[in-house]
Ligand binder design. Structure first.
Ligand code: THU
Length: 153
């Protein structure tokens, strides 16, 4: 699956966005290491705070199906009927990505059209992050080496 195909799927997911309040439609297509793709849209709520972002919808769909290893995610977002710009994931979604993905290798594709996109590694979007390794939850800390290198003496 190449990046352009993943972006196409993110637009497909975006069409399902439930956004009666913000009218800002977001779509995400999450590629798992096993080749499966999980689509997500944002789902808003009259009480506002229960709103779920597109990225988390995709992650939670995958994890709830037993899939926890991921390669890449494509994200698209724009106001209804308007042309979009690059739509970076919110801080909460970055932290959810950090729970399941290696910050050094997981890639985040931000697209503003079918072919115009920017590519980031999660580490760039969430530097000096806190993850499962910090709690010694059976996983080695990832990303901590680079944090050590950068520490100001
Ligand atoms: N939103 C996402 O779905 N993903 C993001 O990363 C940024 C924000 C949604 C939440 C809300 O439904 C709408 O965009 C406006 O904030």
């Amino acid at each position: 699956m190449d990046n352009l195909e993943l972006i196409r799927l993110a637009y497909e997911a975006q069409a399902k966005a439930y956004v009666p309040y913000s009218h800002f439609q977001v779509g995400a297509a999450l590629l798992a290491k096993n080749g499966q793709v999980f689509l997500g849209c944002n789902i808003e709520n009259a009480a506002y705070t229960p709103t779920n972002c597109a990225e988390r919808t995709a992650f939670f769909k995958a994890v709830s199906e037993g899939v926890m290893e991921f390669d890449r995610i494509a994200i698209v977002g724009n106001m209804e009927g308007k042309k979009g710009d690059y739509c970076g994931p919110c801080g909460v979604c970055r932290q959810v990505m950090r729970e399941f993905c290696d910050p050094k290798t997981f890639e985040v594709i931000l697209a503003r059209s079918a072919e115009d996109y920017m590519l980031y590694r999660l580490e760039e979007l969430l530097p000096v992050s806190f993850g499962p390794g910090n709690l010694n939850a059976g996983q080695a800390a990832t990303g901590s080496e680079s944090a050590d290198e950068k520490r100001i003496q």
